[in-house]
Write a new protein. Structure first.
Length: 350
């Protein structure tokens, strides 16, 4: 059937913007049926769906997003909260989250915590009407996240854990990844290995440091506490930690940077001090960010499958939003050792 398009006017003569109710009146059906067609509800009969869609096409109707969200009780928006967007890790994570969200018909609203305003960012996202939230910035005891989970708001943690088990999360096996790096360094003959770790209130920082400690315990080698520097997951921490090691009477042979962003600061500090990598000091990182493979860096690191981490987080969140699954989901991704040139060849007689 061909739909003859007719203009719709206000009573005063001005052209009217069509609504779902106008389309329903033209199609001779209810506005709820039109809403179901727009939301691809399988309960609508094929003949009715085809008729309503032909009216929509004939009138070039574009539904108001807010009205559509109200009719479906969903905004089709997912909030994403990360720690520091300047860290290349989060760019890769965000890409995996956004690509997967779009497959489900959702869009992303993004906030970075670099300003330290978590409460304000959260309030902004919630007021925007997001259907669920991906947290990539959680601390062990995060009252904001605990409140959302307690209230039943769809929430997933990626690259982070809380204390306890009452939360959905997707993480890499950080302890195993750290042990893989340490094993590789040991195999090359390095025993004096320093670590610049992340914060003690983040699961990633704690677990990678635990992997470092357990690796030394398994080797039966006593740890030099001067080789341990704790800070933030940023370049400044890498820079400061490296200078503290350089000034030691007995320098370490290698530095395990808690993430690739820290490793950038390590490399800057070593270059400034005139020390060569790996001839004078070996360096390893964690994350396998895009710059790690750069021809001037060639950083040995751990891939924690960042893009896949984002995809898995969205899969879990959509299950929660659409109530496909209500049980807790815990995904632990297997780390992969990426060997490049920042460790050098096996040491001789050292």
């Amino acid at each position: 059937m061909t739909i003859q398009k007719k203009p719709v006017f206000h009573q005063g003569g001005g052209k009217k913007k069509l609504t779902i109710r106008d389309i329903a009146k033209i199609a001779g059906t209810s506005h709820m049926t039109v809403s179901r067609v727009l939301n691809d509800d399988s309960k609508v009969r094929p003949s009715t769906r085809d008729h309503v869609l032909s009216v929509i096409r004939a009138y070039n109707f574009v539904p108001n997003p807010k009205a559509r969200a109200l009719s479906s009780n969903k905004s089709k928006l997912i909030g994403l909260l990360v720690s520091d967007i300047s860290n290349p890790f989060y760019a890769e994570l965000a890409r995996g989250i956004e690509d997967k969200a779009r497959e489900y018909g959702y869009n992303i609203m993004f906030c970075s915590e670099v300003t330290g305003k978590k409460k304000e960012n959260l309030n902004f996202l919630l007021k925007a009407g997001i259907d669920g939230l991906v947290f990539a910035s959680a601390k062990f005891n995060d009252s904001h996240i605990n409140r959302l989970i307690k209230e039943g708001f769809p929430t997933v943690l990626v690259n982070r854990k809380l204390k306890g088990k009452n939360f959905n999360h997707v993480v890499c096996d950080n302890r195993k990844g750290a042990r893989m790096l340490m094993s590789h360094l040991f195999s090359l003959g390095y025993e004096k290995i320093a670590i610049i770790s992340g914060p003690s209130n983040l699961s990633t920082g704690v677990e990678r440091l635990e992997g470092y400690y357990s690796s030394y315990a398994e080797k039966g080698i006593e740890i030099n506490e001067d080789y341990i520097f704790k800070g933030s997951f940023d370049k400044d921490t890498g820079y400061s930690g490296t200078h503290s090691f350089i000034n030691l009477r007995e320098r370490p042979q290698a530095i395990f940077a808690g993430n690739d962003y820290i490793a950038m600061g390590v490399l800057d500090a070593l270059d400034e001090a005139g020390l060569r990598v790996p001839e004078d000091m070996a360096v390893v990182g964690f994350d396998n960010t895009s710059f790690a493979a750069h021809s001037r860096i060639k950083l040995t690191t751990i891939s924690q499958r960042t893009y896949e981490m984002g995809e898995n987080g969205v899969n879990i969140l959509i299950d929660l939003i659409e109530q496909k699954k209500t049980d807790q989901q815990h995904v632990v991704l297997e780390p992969k050792l990426i060997i490049r040139e920042s460790c050098g060849q096996k040491l001789k007689n050292n």
